[in-house]
Design a binder for this molecule. Structure first.
Ligand code: PLP
Length: 457
């Protein structure tokens, strides 16, 4: 937590529930956090004590006027940076025309243009269609509904360490118990398979050997968990987000594609966190040369305005019956304008090249730290979707959440916003805006390196 700085108040209040130590002066940040504590339910997650008054590029200015380097990017939402000027302008222009009519009531161009753009950018076979929604969870809910209608089957297979959102089906598909404690009963006909996590489970086997064994596990599940003829869809994150940036092996994804094609199962890739430049490509799946039947998108598509998308082969998307998909706010015109401007801007600045560059800089630093610090068990990811995993005694099965939390908190004190990931909260992930300049990026990495050296042996 930051103390002093501009705008501090001469009050003796402090916030014991938030474990903010007592000081002579209470900052505006502390005051705001105390109000948050009083007005907002405790269940709303809080990674750290940062506040925000404004943001630009890769920097957030807090309510005390301090500049924070943002390595969280609003949890992967601002790949194109905070407040890209063309996006802000597009939002303003659309807001002056109309804010809402509901796409179910009156068709409007920004919705249609955005779907056309996405269909061209991310084709799913010969002809592609897109449904716009407002969030990642909503995209996932609709993807499952469409897969069920397209196949006439009900079963859905998902993975350990998966995160797909917090609405009821999405929460059911989400793996970590901590995200859903006390919220059941959950949606029926959902089955879970172990994610092919190479670091955790390969145990000395080659990646291909491991992938083969995990595919055998899938076949086995068709005997032990659900008949393949009842299986509508398999939903997977090619690179897991909240689960700790685990990358599925290419051989596994290829096997999954073959399995789904053979059995008429819809393969759904959830690209909500990995999409739009994060991995150095528009999608994570492009790296593997595989196309899903259906895919889900959100986060960086709107640069902060709520927008999500379900994409799929046209004949699959058209299997959804009248009025079974939709919603009052689907594809808000202002969000559509923001998304269209975001995609145009991303193309102009070549966001994917930026993703690859940022990824190279971070990976080089992370790999160097791994050589120095025994607590770092793994450095992994794709493009700029990079993470370090902390373990005890070099054992992938002994997560070290303490070191991870200590690093996050130490960096917060030095105005670097970091967030964790992983079912065991032992992974630091970087989701910084991809427009970050090298000096700011390296300044953030320097802070991490210095604090790591203090915390680790
Ligand atoms: C892979 C993935 N899917 C779905 C979601 C849910 O998105 P939202 O929070 O917009 O509902 C998330 C959010 O972190 C995610 O990472």
């Amino acid at each position: 937590m930051r103390f002093g700085g501009g705008g501090s108040h001469e009050k003796k209040t402090f916030v014991p529930e938030l474990r903010i130590p007592m000081t002579e002066q209470t900052t505006r940040s502390q005051e705001l956090l105390a109000r948050r504590k009083a007005a907002i339910p405790n269940g709303v997650g809080m990674f750290n004590y940062a506040t925000a008054a404004k943001a630009s590029g890769a920097t957030i200015t807090d309510v005390d006027g301090r500049e924070l380097i943002d390595f969280a990017g609003g949890i992967g939402v601002v790949n194109a940076g905070h407040c890209p000027p063309p996006v802000v302008k597009a939002i303003q222009e659309q807001a002056e025309k109309f804010l809402h009519v509901s796409f179910n009531v009156a068709s409007y161009e920004p919705y249609i243009a955005l779907c056309e753009k996405l269909n061209a950018l991310l084709p799913h076979g010969q002809a592609t269609k897109t449904l716009l929604v407002s969030t990642g969870a909503e995209a996932v809910e609709n993807a499952i509904k469409i897969a069920r209608q397209a196949t006439g089957r009900q079963g859905v297979l998902c993975y350990t360490d998966a995160f797909h959102g917090r609405s009821m089906m999405a929460m059911t598909l989400t793996s970590k118990v901590g995200y859903k404690l006390g919220c059941g009963p959950f949606a029926p006909e959902v089955y879970r398979l172990q994610y092919p996590n190479v670091y955790r489970y390969a145990n000395g086997r080659s990646v291909d050997e491991f992938a083969k064994a995990e595919l055998a596990r899938l076949e086995e599940a068709m005997q032990n968990s659900i008949d393949v003829n009842d299986l509508a869809a398999i939903i997977i994150e090619v690179v897991q987000g909240e689960g700790g940036f685990n990358v599925a092996p290419a051989a596994y994804l290829n096997g999954l594609r073959e399995f789904c094609t053979k059995h008429g199962v819809m393969l759904i890739f959830d690209e909500v966190q990995a999409g739009f430049g994060r991995t150095g490509a528009w999608s994570a799946y492009e790296h593997f040369g595989i196309t899903p039947d259906i895919s889900t998108w959100a986060k960086s598509l709107g640069s902060g305005l709520p927008i999500g998308a379900v994409m799929g082969r046209a004949e699959i998307m058209d299997k959804a019956g009248p009025s079974t998909i939709g919603g009052t706010y689907i594809g808000s015109p202002v969000s559509c304008a923001a998304a269209l401007a975001t995609l145009k801007y991303m193309e102009e600045i070549d966001i994917n090249a930026k993703g690859r560059h940022v990824g190279e800089v971070i990976r080089t630093r992370f790999e160097g730290w791994k050589k120095k610090h025994a607590q770092i068990g793994d450095v992994r990811g794709l493009g700029a979707m990079l993470a370090i995993e902390f373990v005890k005694n070099g054992d992938p099965l002994r997560p070290d959440a303490d070191t991870c939390t200590a690093l996050m908190n130490a960096c917060a004190k030095r105005d670097l916003i970091l967030i964790t990931a992983g079912t065991h909260k032992n992974v630091i992930r970087v989701l910084c805006p991809l427009v970050i300049d090298d000096a700011t990026l390296n300044k953030g990495l320097d802070i991490m390196e210095e604090e790591l050296a203090k915390i680790c042996v």
